[in-house]
Design a protein around this ligand. Structure first.
Ligand code: GCO
Length: 265
């Protein structure tokens, strides 16, 4: 039997992280890099990508940057082919790139709704399809889809995001179903409320939403990016070779409860 450190060791593996230029994508890339993986970072803004690559390199990670739009199939197909030729086989894919638009449903334009579905749901489909083709040939691969609390719950103003993330949960199960026989594990991580750029507008101290989240989370705090490291390494490593189609929620217990009662009754 493989011993513990080896089970989680990612030395010699290559991991593609979409939207790995900041936020949780960057945190997960750090986790994989710290376990020995070579990082392939995707972004869609040249400056941001360059800055991120410089940061990763300064920190000592072997890193490659690829600029492409996850919603553009031709762009994705060509980029994946280039990565496979220039860097080598993609062993691990993290479908992390995502956007959110917080607008009440009755006011939301169809264009806005579609753009969220496009990036958060169609994007992971396109990237997985093209990376998956190579993984199938090698009979090995790990795909991790970044889901959300909104894969399970609704909330005011996030109809498109919830629809996309709920869809991504089911896409994960379906991909696992189709790809398991090729020794590909497809799982999801559902981060709870994390302190990132994306949640900055609703995380302001003293803001009612900030208090609401802290009260609603049994752990009594926002997640910090490092909280995702262990689950990311687990799902990318040999340790999870018979785990397939699961969403692991890293949420400080939010989904376990209705929330704190107003009094102790
Ligand atoms: C919101 C939050 C969420 C988070 C996260 C929660 O507006 O409720 O921004 O949507 O982005 O995905 O898991």
């Amino acid at each position: 039997m493989m011993k513990a450190p080896e089970l989680f060791d990612l030395s010699g593996k290559r991991a593609l992280i979409t939207g790995g230029t900041h936020g949780l994508g960057m945190a997960m890339a750090h986790a994989l890099g710290s376990a020995g993986a070579t990082l392939i970072i995707n972004g869609h803004t040249p400056d941001k990508l360059e800055k991120a690559i410089a940061t990763y390199k300064k920190e000592g990670f072997v890193t490659h940057g690829y600029l492409f739009d996850v919603t553009n199939e031709v762009n994705v197909m060509e980029s994946v082919q280039r990565i496979e030729q220039e860097v080598g086989p993609i062993d691990i894919l993290i479908n992390n790139a995502g956007i959110i638009k917080r607008v009440p449903m009755l006011d939301m334009t169809v264009e806005d709704f579609r753009s969220v579905i496009e990036v958060d749901l169609v994007g992971p489909f396109i990237v997985s399809k093209h990376v998956g083709k190579y993984m199938v040939q090698r009979n090995a691969g790990k795909i991790i889809n970044i889901c959300s609390m909104m894969s399970e719950l609704g909330r005011n103003t996030v109809s498109a995001y919830a629809a996309a993330k709920g869809g991504l949960k089911m896409l994960t199960k379906n991909m696992a179903t189709e790809l398991a026989r090729f020794n590909i594990q497809v799982n999801g991580i559902g981060p709870g409320y994390f302190a990132t750029e994306q949640t900055a507008p609703i995380r302001v101290d003293g803001h009612p939403f900030n208090d609401f989240i802290i009260n609603r989370t049994p752990a009594g705090r926002w997640g910090v990016p490092d909280d995702l490291a262990g689950t990311t390494i687990f799902l990318a490593s040999t340790a999870s070779n018979f785990v397939n189609g699961q969403i692991i929620y890293v949420d400080g217990g939010i989904l376990a409860t209705l929330g704190k009662p107003v009094n102790e009754l």
